[in-house]
Write a protein that binds this ligand. Structure first.
Ligand code: FE
Length: 132
């Protein structure tokens, strides 16, 4: 059975900071180079900031130069939901946490080997757990 977590937007509003709520629940985008993780090179795992599901490993992180933390793949494809997004006059693929449905960022087809994908994530949507 798929692990899902459902909460009302009112509940999320209480659990998250205002800035987190705008990105995670209202699909906002943080300004580039302003987040905590684009330059983070420590070993560890990135969790969903809303529900703490494990999403990305530092082993798949690369420096995209965009100012947002970037990964070439998730820990497993089941951890993320891909959704077509035609907002802002662009055709993009949105990436959501598969467990709680929170917005994480977008995925593009200009990433490095081995996948050729670039998961462009908001730092504020992630929580880094350093490896012990
Ligand atoms: Fe989540």
């Amino acid at each position: 059975m798929k692990d899902t977590l459902k909460k009302s937007e009112g509940e999320w509003k209480k659990l998250l900071t205002n800035d987190q709520f705008i990105v995670l629940r209202q699909k906002g985008t943080e300004a580039p180079f302003t987040g905590k993780y684009h330059a983070n090179k420590e070993k560890g795992v990135y969790l969903c900031a809303a529900c703490r599901q494990e999403l990305f490993s530092s082993d798949t992180k690369f420096d995209s130069g965009t100012g947002w933390p970037s990964f070439f793949k998730p820990i497993s494809e089941e951890k993320v939901t891909r959704k077509e997004d035609n907002s802002h006059l662009m055709e993009r693929t949105e990436v959501l946490c598969s467990r709680c449905g929170s917005h994480l960022g977008h995925v593009f087809n200009d990433g490095p080997a081995p996948t050729g994908e670039r998961f462009c994530m908001n730092s504020i949507s992630l929580e880094f757990k350093k490896a012990e």
